[in-house]
Design a protein. Structure first.
Length: 366
């Protein structure tokens, strides 16, 4: 089986207007509708039926909403009120999928364990709900720190304080490695720790992560984060941060984004203003490059208990932004073969494909 540590599913459903209950073929050939979403439907990598085909038992799905700040090009909304409302829309989408029986929100450890048991008992997953842990990528949907209690009551269990640019709470990717928490960051971390919400250090500047780890004593993960030692660029993290996540029992999901896997070019953020694929072309990257990052995490840890999949599925540009040997999430299964060919044992392979995420969430969900 597979657990995907990062799938910003609601973006594809709401911003791109995709009906993700349909087969991958139906979504890819659907009639186009006007959308601000920049990636076309014909490169969609995941739908619920495709996830079942891929044996993806659980995904960490995201609420991903950003407010545009002065001096930064990223952001879909102009006020905290609209960001809050949009984030509520993402949450409502996941809740409705559960009501319809398509998914199951796993907001407690017991629900997670029960869900995994059901998947382990069968060989055909066509009639099973896909498990979802709800996370937030960039905390702009949280209007003020204490409001996080309302989100927790609705099922939110994982938060990264920033995404691209500066959030209300911290500096994020695209702002350089310097620049730390904002004045609102510390009180939000304090409320998260009270509730037991998991901190995701992905998409966060080095300085902000180091400040977070000094202030926050709760559980930590990196949902979709690659290694700067292998690929230059601020979107990747240096070994000292990865080692601290490992020391605290965290799991680090390797991202499918070719921006983060190309050894030949560091990320030039000015390329966000133009078409990026000619420089970070999918043909240059394979899943071998992805497994390099998993292997690096294993070497840092001295074991296979902290590396995992964090696909950023469809959030990284769909199949056009994924390694050349990935068309849909069903191709994530190839990772197991690559790990085996590199000498990883069956236990190691299971750890990386799903058991590391399983153990982490069963331990840290309430």
């Amino acid at each position: 089986m597979i657990i995907d540590g990062d799938y910003p599913m609601a973006i594809g459903a709401l911003e791109a207007g995709r009906d993700l209950r349909l087969s991958i073929e139906e979504v890819r050939r659907a009639e186009a509708i006007p959308s601000m979403f920049k990636w076309p439907d014909d490169g969609t990598m995941a739908t619920l039926p495709e996830m079942r085909k891929a044996k993806i038992a659980v995904a960490l799905v995201k609420i991903a909403v950003c407010v545009k700040k002065p001096g930064h090009i990223h952001g879909e909304y102009r006020s905290r009120e609209s960001a809050h409302a949009a984030g509520r829309g993402h949450l409502a989408y996941y809740q409705l999928l559960q009501t319809e029986g398509e998914s199951r929100i796993l907001d407690t450890s017991s629900k997670f364990t029960s869900h995994m048991s059901k998947w382990e008992e069968v060989d055909n997953y066509d009639d099973l709900p896909v498990g979802m842990v709800i996370g937030m990528e960039g905390a702009d949907s949280i209007s003020w720190p204490e409001q996080v209690h309302e989100w927790y009551d609705e099922g939110l269990r994982v938060i990264s304080l920033s995404h691209y640019g500066v959030s209300y709470y911290s500096h994020g990717t695209g702002t350089g490695t310097d620049g730390g928490l904002t004045p609102l960051g510390k009180p939000l971390l304090r409320e998260m720790e009270k509730l037991g919400i998991i901190l995701d250090v992905t998409h966060t500047s080095d300085q902000s992560v180091r400040e977070e780890l000094e202030l926050f004593n709760g559980p930590v993960l990196a949902s979709h984060q690659n290694c700067r030692t292998l690929v230059p660029g601020e979107r990747q993290q240096p070994d000292d941060i990865l080692l601290e996540v490992i020391r605290r029992g965290g799991v680090i999901g390797a991202s499918m984004d070719t921006w983060m896997l190309n050894k030949h070019h560091s990320i030039d953020w000015e390329l966000l203003r133009i078409k990026r694929r000619p420089v970070y072309a999918s043909e240059l990257i394979t899943l071998e490059d992805l497994v390099d990052h998993m292997d690096h995490v294993c070497q840092l840890a001295g074991n296979s208990k902290h590396a995992a999949i964090g696909g950023d599925t469809d959030g990284q540009g769909g199949s056009d932004g994924a390694p050349d040997d990935v068309d849909t999430v069903a191709d994530y299964q190839k990772i197991a073969d690559i790990l085996s060919h590199r000498g990883y044992s069956s236990t190691d392979v299971e750890n990386i494909m799903y058991k590391n995420w399983q153990r982490f969430f069963e331990k840290w969900l309430p």
